[in-house]
Design a protein around this ligand. Structure first.
Ligand code: FES
Length: 328
């Protein structure tokens, strides 16, 4: 199980739009805005509680830029077809209160590698901003690839260009530009690390090229957003014979949260589709599973015999066995 984070009050001190669809928030800790923000390392995030359709929901956001005792900075992508958290964040006004955790880090930056390749897709840039700043200040060998829909969607490109100069290369989808993982990985010195944060298809392409190049998987570090699937979230039916449950998972709530809400004890770790601790056996499926994790192999995803309930969703009806088994 993950360590329990410490929750406390915070206030929206300010916000600004860094792209047409990305809003950066400055959150001051303490109900009276008097507490100091804690120091954090590159790759850190905080969790935040927000009301979605009147129900409290938890979301994770990476911390951006150098630690600043006066506030925590996060950025939120506007997702009209998301689970509702992003739109609820975009409705926040200066002075609004919310609950946040102290910083945690599941995506740490190891500083002893001979070279670094940082790769970001869209809002996946957020954990990599401080990594780029830290590595460039240390004089590390670094190159960054940043893919976005358009020039206007290159969030934080100004600060990245300042630190990286021409070591930052962008790929704009609207111009037909793509990241060539094969070329970039071939140019990365032996022992170099690739750190990546972006949507699942980007991660899959990076992992395939990394493996094909014979690089050790331990040198590929990544963080995902649990929100990027093949289908927009929608309600689906969940049956759990062991607990005599036949309930609906609504579009705004994850399968794991729904089970917890129904009083079912479920194993979990990262809650981001990375560790596999929440994996459950699929007893029956009438419809399709939208696998949104990076834990199961492509073969396992196609077989549909297990699913990561923290992030993956279903179109139709699924019947699950909730008893924990580390291996199928
Ligand atoms: S809790 Fe880690 S993959 Fe679901």
């Amino acid at each position: 199980m993950a360590t329990t984070p410490l929750w406390h009050d915070a206030v929206v001190a300010s916000f600004r739009d860094v792209t047409p669809t990305v809003r950066e928030f400055c959150l001051r800790p303490g109900a009276d805005q008097q507490a100091a923000a804690q120091h954090y390392d590159p790759g850190s995030h905080l969790q935040l509680q927000i009301l979605v359709n009147g129900k409290p929901q938890t979301r994770s956001y990476s911390l951006i830029g150098q630690p600043d005792a006066s506030c925590y900075r996060i950025a939120v992508k506007r997702l009209e077809a998301g689970r509702g958290g992003s739109m609820a964040m975009w409705r926040l006004a200066v002075g609004d209160r919310l609950r946040i955790t102290t910083p945690q880090n599941h995506f740490p930056l190891e500083l002893s590698a001979p070279a670094y390749l940082l790769v970001a897709g869209g809002i996946g840039i957020t954990p990599l901003v401080l990594m780029a700043q830290t590595l460039s200040q240390r004089g590390a060998s670094i190159r960054m690839l940043f893919g976005a829909r358009s020039e206007a969607e290159l969030a934080f490109a100004d600060v990245l260009r300042k630190h990286l100069g021409d070591r930052l290369q962008t790929a704009i989808a609207d111009k037909g530009e793509q990241i060539s993982f094969e070329t970039e990985i071939a140019a990365l010195p032996k022992g170099g690390l690739m750190l990546i944060c972006g949507p699942l298809p980007m991660l899959d392409a990076a992992r395939a090229a990394w493996t094909a190049a014979g690089r050790p998987l331990a040198d590929l570090r990544y963080e995902t957003f649990g929100s990027s699937g093949r289908f927009a979230p929608q309600a689906f039916r969940l049956q759990v014979p062991r607990h005599n449950l036949d309930i609906t998972v609504d579009a705004q709530t994850s399968l794991l949260e729904t089970l917890e809400g129904a009083g079912v004890m479920a194993m979990y770790g990262c809650r981001r589709g990375e560790c596999g601790l929440c994996t459950m056996d699929v007893l029956a499926l009438d419809g399709e599973i939208d696998h949104r994790d990076v834990f199961l192999s492509e073969h396992e995803k196609t077989a549909n015999q297990r699913m990561c309930v923290c992030v993956s969703r279903v179109l139709g009806t699924v019947t699950l066995e909730t008893a924990y088994r580390p291996e199928a």
